[in-house]
Design a protein around this ligand. Sequence first.
Ligand code: PEP
Ligand code: MN
Length: 338
Amino acid sequence: MIVVMQPGATQEQVREVEQRLRELGFKSHPIYGEEKTVIGAVGDKKVLSLEAIINLPGVEKLVPIMKPYKLVSRELKKVKTVVEVRGVTIGGEQLVVMAGPCAVESWEQLIEAAWVVKEAGAQVLRGGAFKPRTSPYAFQGLEEKGLEMLARAREETGLPIVTEAVDTRDVTLVAHYTDIIQIGARNMQNFQLLREAGLTGKPILLKRGLAATVEEWLMAAEYIMAAGNPQVILCERGIRTYENATRNTVDISAVPLIRENSHLPIIVDPSHGTGSWKLVTPMARAAVAAGADGVMVEVHPDPSRALCDGPQSLHPDTFKRMMAELEPVAGAVGRTLL
Ligand code: PEP
Ligand code: MN
């Protein structure tokens, strides 16, 4: 339910509504707009118990939220959310490019990749320190040593970093080093992990699950927002379909769908989405054309030697070309890249 306050309603009237909502067993989330304040009331109580609210001073009307997700919905918040990390904005006019290796393998590999992506115009450095691998025998990541390297690469290049937390037990450690916590596709519905990550207060990059519907994905984002953290960035990374010519199927239609139904920023990861470096640039262009707020791509100084996801990792020269090719697409949809 959305409580719409009258234009000019006072702070005290807003506080009184919030107080009454809490008494009724709802959580209240005020959103201060330029003209009006609205208060999101969420909880599993029956709508009827909100009748008491309508007569409070300063209240204009009550509007039900029809979707099962509430805090992430456009119905509640019309204005797009812009997440800010160390001066980089995600969800604004400027597109964001997050790039770097799949996994942090060594200091030399990471810092080389970091400078390459920075010089080509990326604003965020990615790199996995805890790797969720399909095989238990595959490289699992450098863990805390990898996090230390990422933090050092941030110091040297000035790029904010994004890295994945795969377990609730590591969330505090990961949050200590990173600027953005990534929740991987395999953990999209690990609700305990979502809550723990949400509670750190750090921005969360929430990848779409391998077989998740858009609604399930938004419900997962709702968990993070319900934990009191509004800084959620959604990431479409391809879903499982019957098509096996590509690693996954990038659901480009999810981009405008999310834009319509949610105020949260959305980016696309064409690396995991396609599994093939040759398809990364065309799908990155498609993502931007469809209205994505940016892309996340894997870049490795020498993809042939990558310990993880080499076939989908861009060579530094290919990454530079991708950036050059994205620029006119960004301009065509009213966005800027650099
Ligand atoms: C990753 O970004 O490194 C990753 C493992 O992605 P996903 O969770 O989308 O598979
Ligand atoms: Mn990867």
